[in-house]
Ligand binder design. Structure first.
Ligand code: PAF
Length: 297
């Protein structure tokens, strides 16, 4: 089986225009390749919701810092193509860097607010790089919808914000994180883990779940995250960039009792591999109603 591949914006637009003439709906799944089950779930969800699914594979240089793994990021186009063909994706858009960033390229998209803190603190160029390339991909293809995983939760909120602010006519669909048997979130970077690190990696998800359960049961967010940091370091992680509870929409930091939809998010290092993950915290309607009764008494 084979999947058609286009490498230029002109060819992508011609394909999109042909589908439009047939009144077909199109979903876009932006990726950096090295596809795993998490990406394939996005494609499957796209196939449920739209007539055609375009997958972009582009290792975007502008979202990597100078000390990061751009040069070593896995590039396995033949494997990616096979997986996409098997699952029934309609088209692969795999442009070279010169197509996305031709000589003289000078425009960036910066989203304030949601891109600050968390990964924004530790990877200063990252969200501008992501916002710029995702805006370009959306404008190049003008799909009906684009699908993103909740694993990169801050990225998802940045993309929602830019689509709203720039009036880009596309629905952003989020899909829950796909996990290994022991809870580790699927990521192309898991391939960097040694067998020993891989065994330890599951603790991150376990600890985030414990925080979620504790905070939903009424434990103060900062107490739960303090305990969690100790647990993560005890499990053999060598460094934690952040482990925090944030508002699920605005990503503003939450301390004390949490009474609205929230998320606990973390980035931590196992050897030379940086893992990120996040888990939802359900709202505590029981506590807020108890509090409001107490306040009105
Ligand atoms: O999540 C990713 O794989 C990338 O950040 C994205 C959204 C494809 C932009 O390069």
């Amino acid at each position: 089986m084979n999947i058609p591949v286009v490498r230029t914006i002109t060819a992508l637009r011609a394909k999109m225009a042909a589908w439009r003439r047939e009144s077909l709906t199109v979903a876009l799944v932006p990726t950096m390749g090295a596809l795993h089950a998490g990406h394939l779930v996005l494609v499957q969800e796209g196939l449920q919701r739209a007539d055609r699914v375009v997958v972009s594979v582009f290792v975007n240089p502008t979202q990597f810092g100078p000390q990061e793994d751009f040069a070593h990021y896995p590039r396995v186009e033949t494997l990616d193509r096979e997986q996409l063909a098997n699952i029934g994706a309609s088209l692969l858009f795999a442009p070279p860097v010169t197509e996305m960033y031709p000589a003289g390229f000078a425009t960036t998209i910066t989203v304030t607010g949601v891109s600050e803190g968390l990964c924004g603190t530790f990877r200063p160029a990252y969200f501008t790089g992501v916002a710029t390339v995702v805006t370009k991909l959306l404008l190049q293809s003008l799909p009906d919808m684009a699908l993103f995983g909740e694993k990169d939760y801050q990225q998802l909120q940045v993309i929602r914000r830019l689509v709203q602010d720039l009036d880009i006519p596309v629905s952003i669909i989020s899909v829950p994180t796909v996990r290994e048997f022991d809870g580790l979130a699927l990521s192309s970077r898991n391939a960097y883990l040694s067998p020993e690190e891989r065994r330890r990696a599951m603790t991150l998800y376990q600890v985030l779940r414990e925080v979620s359960i504790a905070v939903a049961a009424g434990v103060q967010a900062d107490m739960a995250t303090d305990r969690a940091r100790v647990r993560v370091l005890d499990a053999g992680f060598n460094h934690i960039d952040y482990l925090e509870v944030r508002d699920a929409d605005t990503l503003t930091p939450l301390k004390g009792h949490v009474r609205r939809p929230a998320r606990v998010l973390a980035a931590a290092w196992l050897g030379r591999t940086r893992l990120i993950d996040n888990v939802p915290i359900p709202p505590r309607s029981d506590v807020s109603s108890m509090d409001s009764k107490a306040n009105s008494a």
